[in-house]
Design a protein around this ligand. Structure first.
Ligand code: SF4
Length: 196
């Protein structure tokens, strides 16, 4: 899931020293100008696994629902590129999801300052949560109709990947080494508000 990626860059501040090493030299780990490909692969594996498992579960429910789900995921990915990545510090660079580089090959660079100014609410990130929730609901409907271990395991996998997996990806490296955390991130502000 990409709901953690609503990051932006403040034009008012400049990042401190950074390189591509994951070594922490102080209490706070270093930030990464470009993420190593192994982290990009893990991040994408997590979201791609959700899409694939979700599509399979919904295919068992009804092929048309599965096709609509895949289209929904594609639309969300494009929305992220157009609304977020164009304004992100990582535009043209390798962010933890590899989308900064992908975005620069598809869309023109936006206004970095816009992202930091943006205010987001839980309502704004609800569509991203739905990527996990929709197939879980579909799986529950299938289970009501007929017991299936495959569906139960798929639901558990979706719960693990969608919630625990996102927390691990975000907490362990995606947000941990992100330059945007220093430059200004509306998603981080939202989560901090929740935590306080
Ligand atoms: S470029 Fe990467 S870090 Fe920036 S908003 Fe897009 S996915 Fe998130």
């Amino acid at each position: 899931m990409n709901w953690v990626d609503t990051t932006g860059m403040s034009t008012a501040s400049t990042p401190e020293a950074h390189d591509d090493s994951l070594q922490a030299t102080a209490a706070e780990p270093k930030r990464l100008e470009n993420y190593p490909m192994r982290l990009v692969a893990v991040s994408n594996l997590q979201s791609l696994s959700i899409y694939i498992i979700g599509a399979i579960v919904l295919w068992l429910l009804a092929p048309l629902v599965s096709v609509c789900y895949v289209l929904y995921c594609v639309i969300l990915e494009i929305r992220l590129l157009r609304r977020s990545c164009v304004n992100c510090y990582y535009y043209g660079k390798t962010c933890c999801f590899g989308k900064g580089r992908l975005c620069s090959s598809l869309f023109k660079k936006g206004e970095p300052g816009r992202f930091t100014e943006r205010q987001i609410t839980w309502y704004d990130i609800l569509p991203d949560f739905m990527v996990t929730i929709i197939p879980i609901v579909g799986g529950i409907i299938l289970l009501i109709d007929e017991f299936s271990w495959i569906v139960i395991l798929s639901i558990l996998a979706l719960l693990g990947l969608g919630f625990a997996g996102s927390a691990v990806v975000r907490g362990s490296f995606a947000c941990k080494y992100c330059m945007q955390k220093d430059l200004g991130c509306p998603a981080q502000r939202l989560f901090e508000k929740k935590a306080s």
